[in-house]
Write a protein that binds this ligand. Structure first.
Ligand code: NAP
Ligand code: GLV
Length: 317
């Protein structure tokens, strides 16, 4: 069996696959594999271990001659044409749960950092501007008594809410289905997207990118947000119309915004670099040693299960 891993990931993946006697190749460069190279390298593989940066579109999938499983080492699979894979009988798997805590920690960290101007304060001191305590210096938003709106109350959205609730924050959420267990644990209330945007002091985005969530937050509804809102996106950039968001940050309507993801990744809109009230992270939501190791392990185990004729652990349906 031949397996191709499109990026150097935790070595546990390679060692698990090799233990099965598979021939494993890894893309060696520290950058995203190009579509052309991916097509060349994956043509005759039995399993492909993919990353969020790979374009696994219909053309790439049609080019796969023997592939039984595409095991994505991530929870989001918006880079994979799922219907093309289904048509070809190729199973697609992802890595839910193992990265939930890491990503929720980061979302919570962005919320706190935006509310309390942590990065701005750090830059201020580094630039030698700190010349003593001042009563009006860099005042932020106090969390107690505020309302957090979770857009997409799945695994990561719920865990983010649980963390922020500990600061005395009320939780409301917008989601397709009602999450009764989440409501019981956090007193969260399910509301419409419009109500969430109108009543939240903090908005945190956790929706997967799909046709129906592409720019679900746009110039029409983003402006419904309260003046002085904190806005954080650790899901996918394309869920938000970035131009409209930037306009609201620039005008001061948004108090502070935290980005882990961008609409045209890895390109970041240059206007953001000029703004003090934004925090810009390089898509590191799941970036802990623990999570990345478990993601690599789970992706490998999914590939092994399928190649052994068994059901994978975490199939994307
Ligand atoms: P999840 O558990 O599947 O949660 C997604 C939630 O969104 C579900 O509750 C789902 O509702 C809801 N939803 C889906 N489509 C919707 C729609 N059209 N309208 C309203 N609600 C909708 O996924 P997760 O594990 O929390 O991950 C969420 C996303 O975070 C991933 O897809 C990925 O893009 C992103 N992510 C980013 C990083 C990073 O490094 N920054 C790391 C991990 C994940 P139902 O349950 O009712 O279907
Ligand atoms: C990361 O972005 C993921 O979807 O796991």
């Amino acid at each position: 069996m031949k397996v191709y891993i499109t990026r150097k990931i935790s070595p546990i993946a390679e060692s698990l696959l090799k233990k099965e006697g598979y021939s494993v190749s890894v893309f060696k460069k520290d950058c995203a594999i190009s579509k052309d190279e991916l097509m060349k390298k994956s043509r005759d593989v039995d399993a492909l271990i993919s990353q969020v940066t790979d374009t696994v579109d219909a053309e790439v999938i049609t080019n796969l001659k023997n592939c039984k499983v595409i095991a994505q080492a991530a929870v989001g699979v918006n880079n994979i044409d799922l219907s093309a894979a289904r048509e070809r009988g190729i199973i697609v798997t992802n890595t839910p749960d193992v990265l939930t805590d890491a990503t929720a920690d980061l979302a919570a960290a962005l919320i706190l950092s935006c509310a309390r101007r942590i990065v701005e304060g750090d830059n201020y001191v580094r630039e030698g501007k700190f010349d003593g305590w001042k009563p009006q210096l860099m005042l932020g938003m106090e969390l107690r008594g505020k309302t957090l709106g979770i857009i997409g109350a799945g695994r990561i959205g719920q865990e983010t809410a649980k963390r922020i609730k500990a600061f005395g924050v009320k939780i409301i959420y917008y989601n397709k289905s009602r999450k009764a267990d989440f409501e019981k644990k956090t007193d969260a209330q399910k509301v419409s997207l419009k109500v969430l945007l109108k009543t939240s002091d903090i908005v945190s985005v956790h929706l997967p990118l799909k046709k129906e969530t592409y720019r679900i937050l746009n110039s029409d509804n983003l402006k419904l947000m309260r003046k002085g809102v904190v806005f954080v996106n650790t899901a996918r950039g394309e869920v938000v119309e970035e131009r409209a968001l930037i306009k609201l940050i620039k005008s001061g309507h948004i108090f502070s915004a935290g980005f882990d993801v961008y609409e045209n990744e890895p390109d970041v809109n240059k206007q953001l670099f000029k703004l003090k009230n934004v925090i810009l992270l390089p898509h590191i939501g799941s970036g802990t040693v623990e999570a990345r190791s478990k993601m690599a392990e789970l992706a490998a185990l999914n590939a092994i299960k399928v190649l052994n004729g068994k059901n994978p652990l975490t199939e994307v349906k």
